[in-house]
Design a binder for this molecule. Structure first.
Ligand code: NAP
Length: 305
């Protein structure tokens, strides 16, 4: 029987692990399919306090991991494939074969990049279509690229890709960006970045690899083809809550609803990070809510015996 199981290993999960491990609850963490979460897919993190010169996302995660390990967190690379939250202790199925029990559960399963939903996007994923500039940018040296989206992620991807690409066209469905002012300023100053306003990607072109995109102007309906060798999709995220549907109270977009800090609709289950946060979605707010979840779980265990 475990005291604390943490599902997810981004900044929320790792901070929860540091706190519950230091409180002697010997947490067990399931790292999930994308160990380290979204920060492992980013480059420079410039807004995490304590790093005046910035820090690479993967390095920040690596250091949090080492810190959690130092205080006695057990890590498992396996996936939790079923959560049974009907009664305490909770029953968790691991990789469809093993069952474990825990008195409390901290959910920090994060969110996943949204696809455009085009058949051509699915067909060419990994062959020119990507959701991770850090992972795939290097393959497009000297090539023209398209980034889809108008938020911070889209501009961050576009700026990073200018290190490799001959040019980056940002395709946005409105004529106004959602991204923060500082990112907008940087993108507008970068000569390699251009914008296609009021446009959506209707089709990604290419047989074996991407050769271009067909764009549709949302006001006039007119279409045009833009040549490019890569398409980076950065249109937001969906919370990873499929396994909690019907068990926890979720909002209309699938985010876990929390009250009084990180409490969910089931006593003993706490949620932190992007899985319960449609508003802030920053590494620092995820870490902060991971700390809150740990303290909430500790208090619950102390009160519950
Ligand atoms: P976001 O802020 O939700 O932006 C998503 C963008 O994609 C929006 O511009 C949206 O258009 C567009 N979009 C959504 N669905 C679309 C579709 N089906 N087709 C075409 N376009 C579509 O998501 P995000 O950029 O991933 O950012 C998420 C959060 O992380 C934000 O809070 C952001 O500040 C934060 N973040 C921060 C940094 C940083 O500080 N450096 C970096 C990355 C992310 P509309 O604008 O028309 O809705």
């Amino acid at each position: 029987m475990h005291n604390v199981v943490i599902a997810g290993s981004g900044p929320a999960g790792l901070t929860a692990a540091i706190y519950t491990a230091r409180a002697n609850f010997a947490p067990l963490m399931f790292e999930g399919a994308q160990a380290g979460g979204q920060l492992t897919l980013t480059t420079d993190v410039e807004n995490y306090p304590g790093f005046p010169d910035g820090i690479m996302g993967p390095k920040l995660i690596q250091d949090m991991h080492a810190q959690a390990e130092r205080f006695g967190t057990t890590f498992r690379a396996a996936d939790v494939t079923r959560f049974d939250l009907r009664a305490r202790p909770f029953h968790l199925t691991i990789d469809d074969e093993e069952t474990i029990q825990t008195k409390t559960l901290i959910i920090a399963t994060g969110a996943t990049a949204n696809p455009l939903g085009l058949p051509s996007e699915a067909r060419l994923l990994g062959h020119g279509v990507s959701t991770c500039a850090t992972c795939d940018g290097f393959f497009f040296r000297g090539q023209p690229l398209v980034v889809v989206g108008g938020g911070d992620s889209a501009l961050e991807e576009a700026l990073f890709l200018t290190k490799f690409a001959s040019g980056v066209r940002v395709v946005h469905r409105r004529d106004e960006l959602r991204a923060s002012k500082i990112m907008q300023d940087r993108a507008h100053k970068n000569e390699k970045i251009s914008f296609q306003w009021n446009a959506v990607v209707e089709e990604i072109l290419g047989d074996e690899t991407v050769s271009g995109v067909r764009l549709r102007d949302v006001r006039t309906g007119k279409t045009q083809t833009v040549d490019c060798k890569g398409v980076f999709v950065a249109i937001g995220h969906t919370p990873n809550t499929k396994l909690f549907q019907g068990q926890l109270d979720l909002d209309a977009n699938g985010y876990i609803r929390t009250t009084h800090g990180t409490a969910t609709s089931v006593a003993g289950v706490f949620a932190s990070g992007d899985v319960q946060d449609p508003h802030y979605r920053q590494a620092i707010t995820a870490a902060g809510s991971g700390c809150m979840a740990a303290i909430d779980a500790e208090r619950f265990l102390e009160a519950d015996g």
